[in-house]
Write a protein that binds this ligand. Structure first.
Ligand code: BGC
Length: 764
């Protein structure tokens, strides 16, 4: 009966919608306001609530769409968007239902987790951040947007910008590491890459900055766990990247699973309305995370009706998967628990996003069949992905210049990750055809050419415990566990080693050992891999550890024993080739760490921008009684933030300040001469840190405040300039005012956060 009524009303409503939007310019706000007001006047309360509903539809195939449950909901006006459905024909089919069969004819949003590329996969975000190359990062997002939009997607749940100092947390792989300043720069680059010129083009998609807020600081590094931090820390150390994404115009924000100040972010009005909308001026919409609204029941916030009203009143506009809005809000409005104004506000923000994306003007804007053929996984996209991957690798050690390798003799590639295409892309590569990635062995063979003989052996399984291996290789990332005994596998590896001139040990984590719900308490290498590595080193042959990982690991033992370590993260579909490019020296590695690598898991959380305490350990000291330190390990990380070697060397001159003092209207220029003192051309990331020596609240021992990636030919020198303005010295004081305070500051410049030149200036 209801369907009949719907059909009768459709033509009139649709024609009025299409007529009024045909000449729209999606940057014209007054037109948008009028258009949406006009539309909303015709909507029932239930239809408005329908716009707030975001079900997941990953598994629907073409042809089934018409009969699915979700199709019925779409026709009834109970769906605002869908996610994890890909392919133009499927998406068109559901979009047609929304536009032609629902009473209001409002198009749907189609979202997906396009996190580090679509079919062409780029390095995991933690790796990408190690490029320190904002143009490359923006390009990766642009290509991801081009490919996703060619497959029907108009909205990505990215960038993920959660600052994280705890590598036990598996999702550290998805973010930019431990620094808010760098995180802010990356957030901006990603939003620009996805959204381009305000989502006008059909290659530009809407970004969703996540997970707002503080998701990267769960207690004990365990996913979804409680977060508790001071407002001081929140504003000074964690919120900056989200704000940068908002300032860059991100169209949407995703609420995090964790609580903030004792109230889950999803129901936290202070966070979603006071901070995000009022203080930061965010004018997009907020979506919950997957079942984030109904999870508030387990948080102990009430039943479905209660948590749905909490979320909508907090300012969460769209309900991902819970269907709590759909099932309770109309009644809550009637009972006076939720105002119709709150529903209108949320509905308007979602309709505005659709308007800005141009979906009212053309609901099939992202449904071009030809584009799919032309724009996805192209040679050019793959070429760019290879180049960017080669930029993100971090050379951690290179004793005796074992690297780069020469193109001659025999190379033995040994380890469970030596030849696994499915493990190259890394976590959250949902659209990728995993088997199309280039494995390490394949990449080395291809880059090495005919002059090199390449042998491979597994050497050991990922770990001894088969059930742990199952948990660590989910979602099609199996490493095909070898049923032979550990001794047999080792023997085979040693045979290969004896025939090789150099050994590449492909060890570390499988790609699913990081990412969502992949947390670890012990960050050392699995024992069976250590045993293999030791045996390889004991052969006396040169061994290069090609380290796959989605997080900082504890490599103290490996650092002592192995001559060279190249951290390759998970570099994406082209990583095998890119690793070859770096190992053979066609590309000089220039990646720098964006997270500290601890010496021991017990040092966590360890980060360079810590406070000093009242009992700091003097520089270079090991242990002192009644100082802030440990009995068994010193305070320093194994590899500090910003660290990474090159096949060449760089020398820094002294810092030159154009003046020693400035006032609030002035600025100081700091410069430094950097020289490539080696024999190869290379990139260096020049980093500037500042310390506020005396503050009204305690200040970190240093904070990154500028960086520049420079290319220097062998023997070349360049002067690198940084501008220090009073604004750069601002922080949130005790009252959370964003201020700078007069006084002395240290400025430190160098190639990592440990080896720095220093100077002092004064803000009058
Ligand atoms: C994750 C989000 C993701 C969402 C949708 C959640 O489990 O926390 O990051 O965007 O699922 O797939």
């Amino acid at each position: 009966m209801k369907r009949t009524i719907i059909k009768l009303v459709v033509p009139a409503i649709i024609s009025c919608v299409v007529l009024s939007v045909s000449s729209c310019d999606n940057s014209d706000h007054s037109h948008m306001d009028r258009y949406i007001s006009h539309l909303m006047k015709k909507m029932t309360l239930e239809e408005k609530i329908g716009q707030l509903n975001l079900p997941v539809t990953g598994e629907i195939v073409t042809g089934q769409a018409q009969n699915s449950d979700v199709a019925k909901k779409i026709c009834a006006g109970e769906v605002g968007g869908l996610f994890n459905l890909k392919g133009v024909s499927r998406i068109r089919e559901l979009q047609e239902l929304a536009v032609e069969q629902s009473r209001m004819g409002i198009p749907l949003l189609f979202g997906m987790d396009v996190i580090h590329g679509y079919k062409t996969v780029f390095p995991i975000p933690l790796g990408l951040s190690c490029t320190w190359d904002m143009d490359a990062i923006e390009t990766s997002a642009r290509i991801a947007a081009t490919e996703a939009s060619a497959d029907g997607i108009c909205w990505t749940f990215s960038p993920m910008v959660d600052v994280c100092r705890d590598p036990r947390w598996g999702r550290i792989a998805e973010g930019c590491g431990e620094d808010p300043f760098l995180g802010a720069a990356v957030a901006k680059a990603m939003v620009k890459g996805y959204q381009g010129r305000r989502m006008e083009d059909n290659r530009e998609i809407m970004a969703c900055v996540k997970h707002f807020a503080l998701y990267g600081a769960p207690d004990a590094g365990r996913d979804y766990n409680t977060v508790d931090m001071s407002r001081q820390r929140m504003f000074n150390e964690y919120l900056m990247p989200y704000k940068a994404a908002v300032d860059a115009g991100a169209g949407s924000v995703m609420a995090s699973f964790n609580e903030v100040d004792g109230i889950p972010a999803t129901g936290n009005r202070w966070l979603m309305t006071e901070v995000l909308r009022k203080q930061w001026g965010f004018d997009g919409f907020v979506v919950s995370d997957y079942t984030g609204i109904s999870e508030m029941i387990d948080h102990g916030m009430g039943d479905t009706t209660k948590v749905a009203s909490l979320a909508i009143n907090a300012g969460v506009d769209m309900d991902m998967v819970s269907e709590a809005y759909l099932s309770t809000l109309a009644r809550s409005v009637r009972e006076g628990k939720v105002s119709e104004k709150a529903i209108d506000r949320a509905c308007r923000s979602i309709l505005e996003a659709k308007y800005k994306l141009g979906l009212f003007a053309d609901p099939y804007k992202y449904c071009s069949e030809e584009r799919g053929e032309r724009d996805i996984f192209t040679d050019e996209n793959r070429r760019v992905a290879r180049k960017i991957a080669s930029e993100c690798f971090v050379l951690l050690k290179n004793e005796g210049n074992v690297l780069p390798l020469e193109r001659k003799g025999t190379i033995g590639i040994v380890g469970p990750l030596a030849d696994s295409p499915a493990n190259m892309a890394g976590t959250w590569s949902v659209a990728a055809d995993l088997e199309k990635s280039v494995s390490l062995a394949e990449g080395i063979r291809s880059v090495a050419g005919d002059m090199v003989n390449v042998l491979t052996a597994k050497g050991c399984n990922l770990m001894s415990d088969p059930s742990y291996e199952v948990r660590a290789t989910m979602f099609g990332r199996s490493l095909n566990r070898d049923g032979r005994s550990e001794d047999t596998l080792l023997k085979e590896a040693l045979q290969i080693a004896s025939e090789s001139d150099v050994i590449l040990a492909a060890l570390g984590e499988s790609s699913e050992m990081s990412g969502e719900c992949s947390c670890r308490t012990d960050l050392t290498m699995p024992e069976t891999q250590t045993r293999l590595l030791d045996a390889l080193v004991d052969t006396g042959k040169p061994v290069v550890l090609v380290l796959f990982t989605g997080r900082p690991l504890v490599l103290t033992r490996e650092h002592e024993r192995v001559q060279a370590i190249l951290n390759v993260w998970f570099g994406g579909t082209e990583a095998g080739l890119a690793i070859g490019d770096v190992l053979f020296g066609d590309v000089n590695p220039g990646g720098k760490l964006t997270t500290s690598f601890p010496k021991s898991t017990g040092q966590i959380p360890i980060h360079y921008n810590h406070k000093n305490t009242g009992r700091p350990l003097p520089d270079c000291a090991w242990f002192q009684k009644f100082r802030s330190n440990y009995l068994d390990v010193d305070n320093e990380p194994l590899y500090p933030f910003g660290y990474g070697l090159s096949y060449t060397t760089f020398q820094y001159g002294d810092i030159v300040l154009d003046k020693k003092t400035m006032d609030g209207t002035d600025e100081i220029q700091a410069s430094i001469v950097v020289t490539n003192t080696g024999e190869r051309d290379g990139h260096e990331v020049v980093q500037m840190y500042i310390r506020d020596l005396v503050g009204s609240v305690t200040r970190p021992v240093m904070e990154l405040k500028g960086f520049e990636k420079v290319f220097l030919k062998a023997g070349e020198s360049k002067t690198v300039y940084f501008r220090i303005s009073p604004d750069l010295l601002r922080f949130y004081n005790y009252d959370l005012d964003y201020v700078y305070e007069p006084g002395d500051f240290s400025v430190m410049i160098g190639g990592n956060s440990r080896d720095l030149k220093k100077a002092v200036f004064t803000l009058l």
